[in-house]
Structure formats: structure tokens, C-alpha cells
Design a protein around this ligand. Structure first.
Ligand code: C5P
Length: 292
């Protein structure tokens, strides 16, 4: 349970073996998440700003007759390799494309699980992009996103991996037209409390607090799942207060938690805050990285 330091860039080349393809599965953060209404199908209509960080998992793959997956990395034992979203994405893509190819896949799992960072969705999206290349399908990203939407509400956003506005369940995407935030230093802090998305949404009080106006400064926007997640585990309040005390220009819970993000004015400030928080809470998971 040692704290993690600067995040390994998800697109770091980890294998150079001939014929091995690499895809970055970048961690997703929600810079804002407004929940609007509960739907008849049990999902919630929401409006969100998806953004991605340089930190993430790495998926590699090579041609093979059958489909196999091995996992390594800090959280490999948590995800397992049996019903991993990577394998589900591969099967869904093979069926949609009408091919029977296999692949030898390897996932380096650095993103904590059930953490509000879209780790499983990012892995599924990386699998769709990687197999699109390996199997020479040459499909556009939009078609891959459509194939992936049944795997999870965040998968389409992760297929594109760029800052976007999400609506509906999160799967309806439009380009983000605000000023670019690429390169903004961001500190990710998770108190190592897993939060399942379904139960957090179920805690929502069904009060619509209003639309997400992209023209508003981020500080005026919200994550409406913060209250529900706090009700399930108050430590999230401590994480947010700790980020504020460490000098974050903005602190916010990501997704359904429990990871919270802090935006910082400089990489030096972000790194210093990480060291301070890791010293005070050595059992928390911390990564200093940047928005893409
Ligand atoms: O789509 P995904 O599998 O990520 O969603 C997990 C759970 O989170 C859903 O079964 C649902 O309970 C909840 N959810 C929701 N509204 C959304 C997204 C997720 O209620 N927009």
C-alpha cells in the first residue's frame, strides 16, 4: 500500500517486440457532473465534462489464433482476467465485425478499480482501438464508440479520449468548446475505498440542481454525486478538504468517487501537494499527472 508518485504516462511504450501494438487507456475524470433525472430504465440522465489524464493503463496486443489476456500492475489482482471488460470488448467487436480472429493481449493495470476514473471503460475502449488496428478493420472511432456503448456508459467517451461533453447516460457526446485545459497539472487522490457506481446513483435525492452551462467557470459547476458518495463514505469529504488545504485551485470528486481531483497552477505545486498528502495519509493512493 505504498503511495504512487508521478503517474506513468499511459502511452509510455512498454514493449518494443515486433508486431506488438500498444494503446493507452487514459484515466477519465469528470470535471463536472450534473445529474438531471432518474429514467424509467434505472439509469440517470446527466450532463458531464469528460476529460482525460496522461496517467492510465497500458494495453498491448499481438496477433494470435485465440483470445487471451494477461494482467500485471498494481491493481491486476483486483480486475482479474476472467470477465475483464477488455475481453468483453474484444468479443463484442469480433461479433460486430463478423471476424473470428484472436489476440494475445496484456494489460498493465495502474488505475484503481471502482474509483470514478473509468478504468474498466478506458481498458475496453483501448481494446476496441487496438483490435481495430490489429484486425485491420479500419473503422472510424464513432463506429467503435457505438459498439462499445453497451459495455458501459463511459466507454464511448473513452474511445475518443478527448475532452467532451456527455449527456444521456453519458454516451451522447458533443465536442467541448471551452478553452483547452491540456497540460493542466492534476492530482488524483483516492482513499482506497471502492465505490460502486450503481449504489452511489441510487443515493441521489432526485433533486435537479440545474443544467451544466459550459460557459460557466468550473468552480460554478458541480458533481451532483458528491453528496450521495459522502453519505456512503464521509472520508471523501476529508479528501476534498485535504486537496483544498494543499493548494488546489479546484477540488472535485470524479464520477461516482471515491477519487477526487485537484487542479493546480503548476507542476511543482501539484508535486508538492502530492508529497504533502502522501506523507499525511500514507495509505491513500495518489498520482500527480496532467490533463490531456
Ligand atoms: O453503464 P455502467 O455499467 O458504467 O453503469 C453502472 C451503473 O451505474 C448502472 O447500472 C446504473 O445503476 C448507474 N448509472 C446510472 N446512470 C448513468 C450511469 C450509470 O444510474 N448515467
Amino acid at each position: 500500500m505504498t503511495p504512487t508518485g508521478a503517474g506513468v504516462p499511459a502511452d509510455a511504450v512498454v514493449l518494443t517486440e515486433a508486431g506488438v501494438l500498444t494503446e493507452a487507456a487514459c484515466a477519465k475524470v469528470n470535471l463536472a457532473l450534473h445529474v438531471r433525472r432518474r429514467r424509467a430504465d434505472g439509469y440517470h440522465d446527466l450532463e458531464t465534462i469528460f476529460a482525460f489524464t496522461d496517467f492510465g493503463d497500458t494495453l498491448t496486443g499481438a496477433a494470435a489464433g485465440t483470445l487471451t489476456l494477461t494482467t500485471e500492475g498494481e491493481f491486476a489482482s483486483v480486475v482479474g482476467a476472467v470477465d475483464n471488460l477488455v475481453l468483453r470488448a474484444a468479443r463484442v467487436l469480433a461479433a460486430a465485425a463478423g471476424v473470428q480472429h484472436g489476440a494475445r493481449l496484456q494489460l498493465i493495470k495502474r488505475i484503481p478499480v471502482a474509483a470514478g476514473l473509468g478504468g474498466g471503460s478506458a481498458d475496453a475502449a483501448a481494446a476496441l482501438r487496438l483490435l481495430n488496428r490489429l484486425w485491420q478493420l479500419d473503422w472510424p472511432l464513432g463506429r467503435l464508440a457505438d459498439v462499445g456503448s453497451g459495455l458501459g456508459a463511459d466507454v464511448p467517451a473513452c474511445v475518443f479520449g478527448t475532452t467532451q461533453l456527455g449527456s444521456g447516460r453519458g454516451e451522447q457526446l458533443t465536442p467541448y468548446t471551452g478553452a483547452s485545459m491540456a497540460g493542466t497539472p492534476v492530482l488524483l487522490v483516492n482513499p482506497r475505498v471502492p465505490m460502486l457506481t450503481g449504489p452511489v446513483f441510487a443515493e441521489w435525492d432526485r433533486i435537479d440542481r440545474g443544467a451544466l452551462d459550459v460557459a460557466s467557470p468550473l468552480a460554478a459547476l458541480r458533481n451532483d454525486l458528491t453528496g450521495p458518495a459522502l453519505a456512503l463514505d464521509p472520508v471523501i469529504g476529508t479528501v476534498l478538504a485535504t486537496l483544498d488545504a494543499a493548494g488546489a485551485a479546484l477540488s472535485r470528486m470524479s464520477g461516482s468517487g471515491a477519487t477526487c481531483l485537484g487542479l493546480f497552477a503548476s507542476t511543482a505545486d501539484c508535486d508538492a501537494a502530492r508529497e504533502r498528502i502522501a506523507a499525511a495519509y500514507p495509505h491513500w493512493w495518489t498520482v500527480a499527472t496532467s490533463l490531456r
